[in-house]
Each structure stands twice: as C-alpha cells, then as structure tokens.
Ligand binder design. Structure first.
Ligand code: MD3
Ligand code: FE
Length: 204
C-alpha cells in the first residue's frame, strides 16, 4: 500500500483481472435491478456527465431538491440491490473500520465525463473512511485539502486500484479531471466505473 498523503492510501492493482471481471458481472446484474440514471444538480437541474446507481441499504442520489441518501431508486422506486460480497470483503480488508458500509455508489464515466472538485459531506459518519475501487479506463484523479483553492495532487487511478480516504482526508476536495479512453479492455465499451463504499449513519 502507498501512503499518498495523510489519510490517503493507494493499493494499485488490488483486484486482479479475474476479480475485476467477476465484479463487472455482478455489477451488470445489479444494474439490471437498479438501472443507471442521470443525476441532476440541486436547484439548477443541470445533468451530471456521470451516470449513477447504487447498491446497499442506502444510495446517494442528486436531483433538483438536493443531495441525499435514500433506500429506493429515484426512478423505479425499487430498493437498491445488495452490496456484492467481494466488495464487503474489500471493505473488511482495507477500511480499518469495524462496521459495514451501507452504501456503494456506482459511477459510470463515458470518456468525456468529469466530476468537478467537491467534498463528500452528505454522510452522518465522518469517522468511517470512504473506499474507492476503479474499473475500466484509467482516470486522472485530483485531490486537495479541506478548503477550496489550496494546492492539489494528481493521481492516475487504473482498473483494479483501491484508494481509501480517512482521517484528515475524509473531507478533502477531490474530483475526476479526465478519463484516458482505451487504456483498459475490461469493459465492452470505453469508459470507467468507480465504486465508493461508504458508511452513512453513525453505528449503534
Ligand atoms: C476523497 N467519485 O462519488 S473516487 C464520488 O472516481 C467521487 O468517481 C470519484 O468523488 C470517482 O463522490 C472519486 C475517490 C474518492 C471518493 C470519495 C472521497 C475520493 C474521496 C471522499 C473523501 C475524500
Ligand atoms: Fe466524491
């Protein structure tokens, strides 16, 4: 594991190619139960370039009314599918947190998609880390400090990589600058999937 910055740990190639392929098959099944949808910005309703779905008892959603976690898909009204067991295993191995994740946000990036710098602040439990797993094309990821406009560090996230954000990095600004189309052949089409495992509520 590489200590990238205080609170940020990178495990390049954490998932081997067979595990990545198995996870893609599980996510394809999850996306059949909970289709990817296009989230919208609060107030403006401007669509995200990233498509999203979730697994777990709670899913992160965004629409004109705001950002929030909810137990049901915003378009189908169905519960989110369960978090695949191999992701719960990754959490147990890497997160160093003694309670299971409640949400797995699944982001799909077409080659032109980006995610602007933001903080993840919609959870009640900031003591738990966020664990990210990357699949498919490599992304140029950027992370800064806990206030906007400070210095930032850029990191490539390749298929199979895991990245954990805890401690002082939990409220760091971060985003995806670009996708390197064609850098992986894991997916049948160019693009990238990112999974973030999160604890949402404070554990009992
Ligand atoms: C640092 N996703 O879903 S993952 C997000 O690649 C999000 O899809 C990006 O930012 C993606 O909110 C980045 C890496 C990541 C995830 C959560 C974090 C970095 C983080 C939370 C706090 C600090
Ligand atoms: Fe984020």
């Amino acid at each position: 594991a590489l200590a990238v910055a205080p609170g940020v740990t990178h495990w390049p190639g954490y998932l081997d190619p067979a595990e990545q392929a198995a996870l893609i098959a599980e996510l394809r099944e999850a996306a059949r139960q909970a289709p990817f949808y296009v989230p919208r910005m609060p107030k403006t309703g401007k669509p995200f370039s990233v498509k999203m779905t979730n697994c777990g008892s709670l899913g992160w959603v965004s629409d004109e009314r705001g950002y929030r976690y909810q137990p049901l898909h915003p378009e189908t009204g169905a519960p989110w599918p369960p978090i695949p067991a191999r992701l719960l295993r990754a959490w147990d191995e890497l997160a160093g947190y003694p309670h299971p994740p409640e949400a797995c946000l699944v982001n799909f990036y077409e080659p032109s998609a980006k995610m602007g710098l933001h903080q993840d602040r919609d959870e009640q439990d900031f003591d738990a880390p966020v664990l990210s797993l990357s699949l498919g094309d490599t992304a140029i990821f950027r992370i800064g400090g806990t206030s906007r406009g400070g210095k930032t560090l850029s990191l490539k996230l390749a298929s199979g990589d895991a990245l954990a954000f805890g401690g002082e990095a939990r409220l760091a600004y971060h985003g995806i600058d670009r996708i390197l189309a064609g850098s992986s052949s894991l997916l049948p089409q160019a693009g990238r999937i990112n999974l973030t495992l999160r604890r949402v509520t404070r554990p009992p």
